[in-house]
Design a protein around this ligand. Sequence first.
Ligand code: SF4
Length: 72
Amino acid sequence: MKAFVKKDTCIGCGACTVIANNIFEIGDDGLAEAIAPYSNEELKEREIPEEEKENVIDAAESCPVGAIEVEQ
Ligand code: SF4
């Protein structure tokens, strides 16, 4: 599974950073992003760890504006 935050869509509500706190955080711009080593650019290429997949799916489904893209 791969996932990333669409910065142009995120409104910075913070929900994903609570649900998948090992993957997402609020950046200096007030918008969500993947934490290192899963920076937004790198996360497009990296596999989500098995133990984080459910949290990432929950975060994507909970995002009020659909800013988290998940590829199975
Ligand atoms: Fe942004 Fe969606 Fe995360 Fe809220 S849940 S911070 S809108 S990506």
